[in-house]
Write a protein that binds this ligand. Structure first.
Ligand code: NAP
Ligand code: GCO
Length: 264
């Protein structure tokens, strides 16, 4: 029954992977604003400490853990630690990700594998780790952070696009296989956002900066706060009948052919 509590996340435990900063941090902040208890991991203690300080500054008592999301044993231990420190995980946001911008004909198989490992294998590993408890409780939310590259390709990002395209289909398959357990699995597909990952593309002299502005009806790069509302929606009971969907938060890029070059 929809009411003012439908977006309330009080009493829910959320794990956001790779969330010391960037998009993951913003999403965790948004979930905390609506009452969720936050657990996050990152690749090393220095990053986790940086994240804990940042959450504290926002008045959020988060729990931070060092865990490489590609390591299945470590992920099992992470989930067990969160369950013992807080409670079973209600909301999983598969956010941790990397990108390697290398022309495909110059990319090594190992470089390709590294991107697939973090951006696609890891969401499988972490989702698999939280599913049994969600199935037992007949409730759960899994949110996979997809990308424009779940729909579009571009030069130098073959591995990333393959991973994010696969992540869109993994999202749909988790929906298909676990919807009967009242588990909703959706994606958020950010457009181009101001984070460390895109910093190399946003230098004043980089032509990509102007390109993205011309391709985005909103004529700006995304700010991570733009993702908080969509994340709260997909983490809350307000979206209990939304499943297998990728919600693009892109300022309209996917709908727009791009500004007429003569006018740019
Ligand atoms: P980011 O600034 O690079 O942050 C990614 C986070 O994930 C970092 O804290 C990173 O730690 C962590 N991480 C990487 N590999 C990990 C691993 N194996 N185990 C645990 N943590 C790991 O990226 P972002 O821009 O915030 O992006 C977050 C997510 O949104 C990614 O999945 C990205 O693909 C996606 N996305 C980003 C944009 C954008 O425009 N920025 C748009 C669409 C989608 P380190 O610092 O050690 O690498
Ligand atoms: C790139 C960018 C993109 C963004 C994002 C777009 O090199 O094209 O890094 O991949 O990170 O994924 O949605």
């Amino acid at each position: 029954m929809f009411n003012e509590k439908s977006f309330d996340l009080s009493g829910k435990v959320a794990l956001v992977t790779g969330a010391s900063y960037g998009i993951g941090f913003a999403i965790a902040k948004g979930l905390a604003t609506y009452g969720a208890k936050i657990a996050f991991n990152d690749i090393n203690q220095e990053l986790v400490d940086k994240g804990l300080a940042a959450y504290k500054e926002e008045g959020i008592e988060a729990k931070g853990y060092v865990c490489d999301v590609t390591d299945e044993k470590a992920v099992g231990e992470l989930v067990a630690s969160i369950e013992s420190d807080l409670a079973p995980i209600d909301i999983l946001v598969n956010n941790a990700g990397i990108i390697k911008r290398i022309p495909m004909h110059e990319m090594t198989a190992d470089e390709f594998r590294q991107v697939i490992d973090v951006d696609l294998n890891a969401p499988f590993i972490v989702s698999k780790a939280v599913l049994p408890s969600m199935m037992k409780r007949n409730s759960g939310k899994i949110i996979n952070i997809c990308s424009m590259m779940s729909e579009l390709g571009r030069e130098t990002v073959s591995a990333y696009a393959a991973a994010k395209g696969g992540l869109k289909m993994l999202t749909r398959n988790i929906c298909s296989e676990y919807g009967a357990y009242n588990i909703q699995c959706n994606g958020i597909g950010p457009g181009y956002f101001e984070t460390p990952q895109t910093a190399p593309l946003r230098t004043p002299e980089h032509p990509f900066n102007k390109f993205i502005i011309s391709k985005t009806p909103a004529a700006r790069w995304g700010k991570t706060d733009d993702l908080m509302g969509p994340a709260v929606f997909l983490a809350s009971s307000a979206s209990d009948f939304v499943n297998g969907h990728v919600l693009y938060v892109d300022g309209g890029i996917l709908a727009y052919i791009g500004k007429n070059p003569i006018e740019v």
